[in-house]
Design a protein. Structure first.
Length: 299
């Protein structure tokens, strides 16, 4: 069985996250895909790379040695794929608008990569709410935006989805619902509920709640994802949020588990947006091409 870059990337993601579940969230793929890739990689190498523990995945001695090699392999591959991009000598300034969730949980990694791939390009980043992003794009104050595309309302804007992040129920460790085989919004409605409000999260939530006979028993509304995380981890309520913003531990070191619901819950879609009549500059084309390659979006 041959070694693949996919296996190496999944291995590195798991080593960095310490858990298959978190690695799958960070990679926006299924847990089974990560587990299978690591198993195949261990068979190819002929050594166990991880020790499976109740707390997650700990690197073995062989795993630590392979991680060092894996970083070198991925760095060499990235350098090779950047050769043609850098030689294009994309220059100038590009203004990118982004909403809170995107700038906090999605963009930093990609901004760093783009700055390395396009050293002659100056990227100016602006954070604001959806209404301000839409108005700024139409007024030509921003060239392009990275935002929750499912929230875009203005028909004068074009949206291109990059990824879909599934929404799941967040509960504290040892919560009673973890022992149930099937959980729906009817069950969630019986629990105290922490409602996130930033990036129109409450509006998005109520759209799918309104399709049922149930309503969440809201005890607090907050614009802070970290507040939701801590409150859920400390047993003050539950929440339904996307995998992209999920982290398995609160700031206090308490565990947050997730549950897939039986009711249809729409995903949180992240993507690019621009003015429909905009003429793409070389900088805009370069950044759009970068994201398309990164998320396998067809040309």
């Amino acid at each position: 069985m041959s070694l693949s870059l996919r296996q190496i990337r999944y291995f590195v993601a798991t080593a960095e996250a310490g858990q298959v579940s978190q690695a799958a969230i960070n990679l926006a793929i299924s847990q089974s895909a990560v587990t299978t890739a690591i198993k195949d990689l261990e068979e190819t190498i002929g050594a166990a790379l991880f020790e499976r523990t109740p707390h997650g995945m700990d690197l073995t001695g062989a795993g630590r040695r392979f991680l060092s090699q894996a970083y070198e392999i991925l760095q060499k591959v990235e350098e090779a794929t950047q050769l043609s991009l850098v030689s294009e000598e994309v220059t100038g300034t590009l203004s990118i608008a982004a909403t809170y969730t995107v700038i906090g949980y999605f963009l930093p990694f990609h901004i760093e990569r783009m700055k390395r791939q396009f050293p002659g390009l100056s990227i100016q980043l602006f954070e604001m709410n959806r209404e301000s992003v839409e108005e700024g794009l139409l007024a030509n104050r921003y060239d392009i935006a990275v935002m929750l595309t499912s929230n875009i309302l203005n028909p004068e804007l074009v949206a291109e989805k990059l990824l879909s992040s599934q929404r799941r129920l967040w509960v504290p460790a040892r919560h009673r619902l973890l022992s149930e085989s099937k959980i729906g919004l009817k069950d969630v409605a019986e629990e105290d509920y922490i409602m996130l409000t930033v990036d129109e999260a409450s509006h998005s939530s109520m759209k799918y709640w309104s399709q049922t006979p149930y309503l969440p028993k809201i005890t607090l509304r907050t614009s802070s994802v970290e507040a939701v995380r801590s409150l859920v981890a400390n047993g003050q309520g539950v929440a339904i949020l996307s995998d992209m913003v999920h982290r398995p531990w609160s700031l206090e070191g308490r565990r947050i588990e997730t549950i897939s619901l039986t009711d249809p819950i729409p995903s949180m879609d992240v993507g690019l947006a621009w003015k429909r009549s905009a003429e793409f500059s070389p900088a805009m084309e370069a950044v759009r091409a970068y994201f398309r390659r990164s998320f396998n979006v067809p040309e």
